[in-house]
Design a protein around this ligand. Structure first.
Ligand code: SF4
Length: 439
């Protein structure tokens, strides 16, 4: 008899959630749940949620509304919410959504199998306690050894920075650096099963080890990863500009396996706004770090995040943000309108802009970035790039991979090249990707 049950999991938000979803899938395999890509055919539906902005939260609630009819049709399907909204709302979610079966917070993933067992017996339950650092160290998520060429490896969780607009420290807890021995062991095992690129992951990887004197610094961790046979590329995300040490910048000059890309969120180009955001660096300091990175690795690709319309942001502040963008020459920028989040310090600040003004600033910034991104992609036309081939492209007739600078590149080539580093000439540039041919 086939006891396999279907699990549909929908992930909202950042890479950390993508990673947590993979952990949930892996944990539920022991309960005979197999992942499906259709909610309609599922026995268990999990929404792994994000609350970084009000819009992200609204999306989750409208998805929950949509799933109500499915729950009505198919009484036995179980519905669960995980991630940041689960951590923030806990039991309130069960009260607000009577057809919801379980709520699993960011520190409780390990409890998911028991929770699902209980929900299968008709219980409705929430687990969203924060764990102490020691317990968290023992529960660091670890991926099962399944295929793929490029993988994420969690090195640090949580955040101690309390940027005034950010809800992350409230829903992910304080920073905990994973034991370096475990990280290196996981990467060795990934290498043995054919993984060629690892991205070291955390809310703020640059502060890895700062609170754990027995662990190496982040720069030293990178050096140790670079020694692992078979790992040809290393990336990391996300970085906090205030914690980028000269030693870490030196790694870009020293370690050829470290990819030529850094995602370094600036958030604003105005000192006044950066201070109100509690970011811990000035415009000058940010630009100095960018300059040092460009010296260490002249072809480095820089991407970032920017918030527009922070309370009190004047037209001059906004102009400074635009000028910082130009000065850095971001290859891509994730930009958002400020969104007040509960519990954060910025939520108490008086708003000085109308919604229309904020949107106009965002549109103007995104328009400039759109042009800069296209120009940068165009400048790569004719260049020779190394691409790690990751799989078959969405269109199905090409392969895709990424350059060291993290540009998606499609190539017409034999699928036997998947998993290999190939040298390509860029023959055409588009807004979001490049077209290459094997040299
Ligand atoms: S560094 Fe700031 S923006 Fe990033 S997760 Fe921590 S509090 Fe949020």
């Amino acid at each position: 008899m086939n006891n396999i049950k279907k699990l549909y999991i929908e992930t909202f938000g950042c890479q950390m959630n993508v990673n947590d979803s993979a952990t949930m899938v892996s944990l539920l395999k022991d309960l005979d749940y197999e992942q499906t890509d259709s909610a309609a055919g599922a026995d268990l539906i999990l929404l792994n949620t994000c609350c970084i902005r009000a819009k992200a939260e609204q999306k989750v609630f409208s998805e929950l509304g949509r799933l109500k009819s499915l729950k009505n049709e198919k009484k036995k399907v179980l519905l669960g919410v995980g991630g940041c909204i689960a951590q923030q709302e806990g039991d309130r979610l069960l009260k607000r959504i009577p057809y919801l079966d379980l709520v699993v917070g960011t520190h409780s993933l390990h409890l998911l199998p028991d929770m699902v067992r209980a929900a299968e017996k008709g219980e409705r339950l929430t687990r969203n306690d924060f764990l102490d650092p020691e317990t968290r160290l023992d529960l660091f998520p670890r991926k099962e050894a399944a295929g793929g060429v490029a993988r994420f490896v969690t090195v640090i969780q949580g955040c101690d920075n309390f940027c005034s607009y950010c809800i992350v420290p409230f829903v992910r807890g304080r920073e905990v650096s994973r034991r370096s021995g475990e990280i290196l062991q996981e990467i060795r095992e990934l290498s043995e099963i054919g993984v060629r690129e690892v991205t070291l992951l955390g809310q703020n990887v640059n502060s890895y080890g700062i609170k754990s004197p027995e662990e190496p610094s982040f720069a030293e961790l990178l050096r140790r990863v670079a020694e692992i046979d078979g790992i040809e590329r290393i990336r990391f995300t996300t970085s906090h500009p205030k914690d980028i040490s000269p030693d870490l910048i030196a790694c870009f000059a020293e370690l050829p396996r470290l990819c030529s890309h850094i995602h370094l969120p600036a958030q604003s180009g105005s000192d006044r706004v950066l201070k109100a955001m509690n970011r811990g660096y000035t415009r000058r300091e940010y630009l100095d770090r960018i300059a040092a990175l460009k010296i260490a690795r002249p072809d480095i690709t820089i991407t970032g995040d920017m918030i527009v319309g922070f309370p009190g942001e004047t037209a001059e502040d906004f102009e400074e943000t635009l000028s910082l963008m130009e000065e850095v020459g971001f290859a891509d920028l994730f930009s958002f309108v400020f969104s007040a989040r509960p519990e954060t310090a910025a939520a108490k600040l008086a708003d000085t802009l109308t919604r229309k003004e904020r949107q106009e600033r965002l549109d103007s910034l995104q328009h400039r970035q759109h042009i800069m991104t296209r120009e940068r992609n165009n400048s790569l036309q004719g260049s020779i790039q190394e691409v790690l081939v990751e799989g078959v492209s969405r269109r199905g007739d090409q392969l895709f991979g990424r350059t060291s600078g993290n540009r998606i590149t499609n190539i017409s080539a034999d699928p036997s090249l998947i998993g290999k580093l190939v040298t390509v000439r860029i023959v055409e540039a588009f807004q979001n990707s490049l077209l290459g041919e094997i040299v």
